[in-house]
Ligand binder design. Structure first.
Ligand code: SF4
Length: 335
């Protein structure tokens, strides 16, 4: 499949009946779509199968293309970037939340001592950037200590909805953070409340803007990330105009697709074959990518530490995938 582009179709001819069972299962796992299976009309082979790289819904007519709107980037070496899920509960319950977070979610809080041990191991192995996400990280009572320890060793980005740090102890936590070492990434899905409030809850757009204003006032570097379905991509130009007005630099903007994970019932299919790894630590394991921490197929380890063995597993998977591309695969039949 790597020999064709996303949206193109591979035709496969086979005499092997087992392919009719194995290939649909593989396509589901790998994030491709089996379009058709045809035989000579007698139920016997040979069979012709058509497989689309990606999914039809990701290439629908009348929508703006991914290439035009979604932010792209290069894969980073395994071990250079680490994601920490500080917790899974959240003041919001966005309809696309890949983590399934909400006020009722099990908090699954990452203890500070495990976070610190992970940072130490990460930095010792040459780690360059730490990203803290959730849930809403500012709901974690130890976030200040976690960020302070980490930021002395590696630059930190905190992903937040910017709605809960305006007052009280969380405001104190925010104000104590190092402006040179800590960046805030705030979610803002649209220029006005329309799409944002539809996806994230009534009133959330206004409160996110207030949080963005406070963070800027306090001198933080601010990134803004929008999460959109294909059908809403036409709103992106208005969002960029609004971000121009807010003074958010173009390199600090991210437009990403909804991933078909957590609460999202449609969106980009995530699999080992379709997304580059970005190792992600939670209190109960290590995962291939931060958008897939509710997906058992994307779990790399059942414990958050040590990092080194999980990094090795991920590197091994990448090596096997690369070998499959360059050398092809053999059929090894046992029955
Ligand atoms: S997407 Fe972010 S803000 Fe929304 S429920 Fe999930 S963690 Fe909370």
């Amino acid at each position: 499949m790597r020999g064709i582009d996303v949206g193109e179709v591979l035709l496969l001819h086979t005499q092997e009946r087992s392919v009719l069972v194995d290939l649909p299962a593989w396509a589901r796992l790998a994030g491709h779509e089996l379009l058709s299976v045809a035989d000579r009309g007698n139920g016997a082979g040979p069979w012709r199968l058509a497989i689309l790289r990606g999914h039809r819904r990701d290439h629908g007519a009348g929508t703006q293309s991914h290439e035009d709107s979604f932010t792209t980037g290069s894969a980073v070496p395994v071990g250079s970037r680490l994601w920490l899920y500080s917790n899974f509960h959240c003041n919001l319950a966005c309809d696309y939340c890949c983590a399934g977070s909400s006020p009722k979610a099990d908090p699954r809080m990452l203890p500070q001592d495990i976070a610190a041990a992970a940072v130490d191991e990460f930095v010792a192995q040459g780690g360059r950037e730490l990203l803290i996400t959730g849930g809403e990280p500012f709901l974690h009572p130890e976030l200040g200590a976690m960020v302070s320890y980490a930021a002395e060793r590696v630059p930190v980005v905190i992903l937040t909805n910017a709605m809960v740090f305006g007052r009280g102890a969380r405001r104190t936590t925010l104000e104590a953070m190092d402006r040179q070492r800590v960046t805030l990434q705030v979610s803002l899905d649209s220029a006005g409340p329309g799409i944002h409030d539809r996806q994230r809850g009534a009133g959330s757009h206004a409160r996110a803007l207030a949080g963005i204003g406070l963070a800027r006032e306090l001198g933080f570097r601010l990134r803004v990330a929008a999460t959109l379905h294909d059908e809403d991509l036409s709103s992106v130009s208005r969002l960029h105009a609004a971000l121009d007005n807010l003074g958010v630099a173009s390199e600090d903007r991210l437009i990403r697709p909804v991933a078909e994970e957590g609460f999202a019932d449609h969106g980009l299919h995530i699999s080992l074959d379709t997304v580059e790894p970005e190792p992600t630590l939670t209190v109960d394991g290590i995962w291939w990518h931060p958008v897939a921490v509710t997906n058992p197929h994307l779990r790399v380890a059942h414990s958050p530490l040590p990092l080194a063995s999980a990094f090795e597993v991920i590197r091994d998977v990448l090596a096997v995938q690369a070998a499959g591309v360059t050398e092809g695969r053999q059929v090894f039949r046992c029955t």
